[in-house]
Design a binder for this molecule. Structure first.
Ligand code: SAH
Ligand code: SF4
Ligand code: F3S
Length: 447
């Protein structure tokens, strides 16, 4: 690789989960702190960070097509960008990326991206470098302070996963479960609020496994952290995602009934409705234990909106077992959900299991599952119409005077008002579609 001039502009492209979005924002802040500015819309950047996701094959393949596109566009413009590959594909396939794509000069894993500036200096000198070390927590301490935040901000509190579901790469790409210290999180939450955040979503691959010691040295879990963050003036809303059914404790359930700032929304993936499939997935819960858990959450917070993740076509899944998933969906009535075709991932136990399901069968099952989920999502939205609630304004709509925000139940709400991003406005929910609702503004409530 040849020597090049130091980049003036950058672009970070994040794929995958919200934690990648958080990481992407932090990498952007690091580059900005070095005087590199975000590339203007529509312009090629001097430095492109592809912050990748390895969860399914399609997601992972994207990185190679993106590298190809960037190199081609760069050649046409007479200057190829510096390319860094970050995120979970970097962690899983770092060496392969370096071998396959000479245009890539930096490969940096999700636990090592605080070293990106250093790697960049070397890349400018023409050196290629890979860093996929997994030092626990070092990254957060090494990141620059945050100055401005969006109204709905993310805060990573926990990372990694020890659950080893048999289909999943996350325990390998993100490493073992670690909790960030309580005091760091309280400090970062205050900074986010000072920078303009009204809502904070606490993030973790397994966020309800977070544990720490509070300011008085007492052991606290996620509910304790939420209780303390709820004391921050100016913070109006708290959410958390993603949880595993095995780590939901009584305190967290109670918190949903007691803390007004904790929004009535719970994303609790179940994956499948058949106990045999759940066992083969190593999920450590049954369909019944999951449903009972949801009952307890709903008893604490009756208007709770539920969300889940589903996989169809796990190896060995029969038609009857798939129908158990649909029956579970019918029983729950989700407000929203994510559903996927099983994708065999290299190195995971499920990839070599007998009974891999044919693509056409998976297509058919996914379509049937999604029509049940879409039906329930529309029903949930319609059931809210006529209700009053606050909407956090997140961005402008397509038409002049139109705005888009989120309801407490994480629904997208469109409305016309004289307001600005970050306002909390009081609306009456009107006509409901599958993906959004219209709102009529009752009063702007400048928070
Ligand atoms: N820690 C979270 C998120 C994991 S990844 C959790 O446990 O819920 C998000 C979702 O991707 C998973 O819930 C699962 O539904 C899906 N997923 C993970 N691995 C997959 C695979 N190999 N094929 C298809 N979907 C997968
Ligand atoms: Fe993956 Fe399971 Fe961990 Fe979620 S709980 S990240 S699905 S191994
Ligand atoms: Fe993807 Fe890694 Fe998140 S694999 S879903 S980016 S943890």
């Amino acid at each position: 690789m040849k020597q090049t001039t130091a980049p003036r502009t950058f672009r970070v492209k994040s794929f995958g989960c919200q934690m990648n979005v958080y990481d992407g924002e932090r990498m952007g802040e690091m580059l900005s702190a070095r005087g590199i500015v975000p590339a203007p819309e529509g312009e090629e950047a001097d430095l492109v960070v592809l912050n990748t996701c390895h969860i399914r094959e399609k997601a992972a393949e994207k990185v190679y097509s993106d590298i190809g596109r960037l190199t081609k566009a760069g050649r046409a413009a007479g200057k190829e960008p510096l390319i860094a590959v970050a995120g979970c594909v970097a962690q899983a396939e770092g060496e392969e990326i370096m071998a396959r794509s000479p245009a890539v000069s930096m490969v940096v894993g999700p636990q090592a991206y605080h070293r990106l500036p250093e790697m960049l200096d070397r890349a400018v000198q023409g050196e290629r470098a890979t860093d996929t070390d997994m030092p626990a927590i070092a990254k957060f301490a090494a990141l620059p302070e945050r100055r401005t935040s969006p109204p709905a901000a993310f805060l990573t509190v926990q990372e990694g996963c020890d659950k080893f579901c048999t289909y999943c790469v996350v325990p390998y790409t993100r490493g073992a479960e670690i909790s960030r210290p309580y005091s760091d999180l309280v400090t970062e939450a205050h900074k986010l609020v000072d920078g303009g955040a009204k809502e904070i979503t606490l993030l973790g691959q397994n966020v309800s496994a977070w544990s720490g010691e509070d300011a008085k040295g007492r052991a606290v879990g996620l509910a304790g952290l939420i209780r303390d963050l709820a004391e921050i003036d100016g913070l109006a809303r708290i959410r958390y995602t993603t949880s595993h059914p095995a780590d939901m404790d009584d305190d967290l359930i109670a918190a949903h009934g007691e803390i007004d700032k904790l929004m009535p929304f719970l994303h609790l993936p179940v994956q499948a409705g058949s106990d045999r499939v759940l066992k083969a997935m190593n999920r450590s819960h049954t369909a019944e234990s999951y449903l009972k858990l949801l009952d307890r959450f709903r008893a604490a917070r009756p208007d709770l909106a539920l969300s889940g993740d589903f996989i169809v076509g796990f190896p060995g899944e029969t038609e009857a077992e798939f129908e158990e998933t649909v029956a579970l969906v019918d029983a729950v009535g989700y407000a929203q959900a994510f559903s996927f075709k099983y994708s065999p991932r290299p190195g995971t136990p499920a990839a070599t299991m007998d009974g891999q399901v044919a693509k056409e069968v998976m297509d058919d099952r996914l379509q049937r599952l999604q029509s049940a989920l879409n039906r329930d999502q529309l029903a949930f939205n319609r059931a809210r119409s006529g209700q009053r609630c606050q909407v956090l304004v997140e961005r402008r709509g397509k038409r002049a005077g139109q705005w888009l925000g989120k309801s407490p139940w994480l629904q997208s709400v469109w409305f016309e008002a004289d307001c600005q991003i970050g306002d909390l406005v009081e609306v009456e929910l009107g006509e409901a579609g599958p993906n959004s609702l219209e709102g009529r503004v009752l009063a702007p409530a400048r928070a």
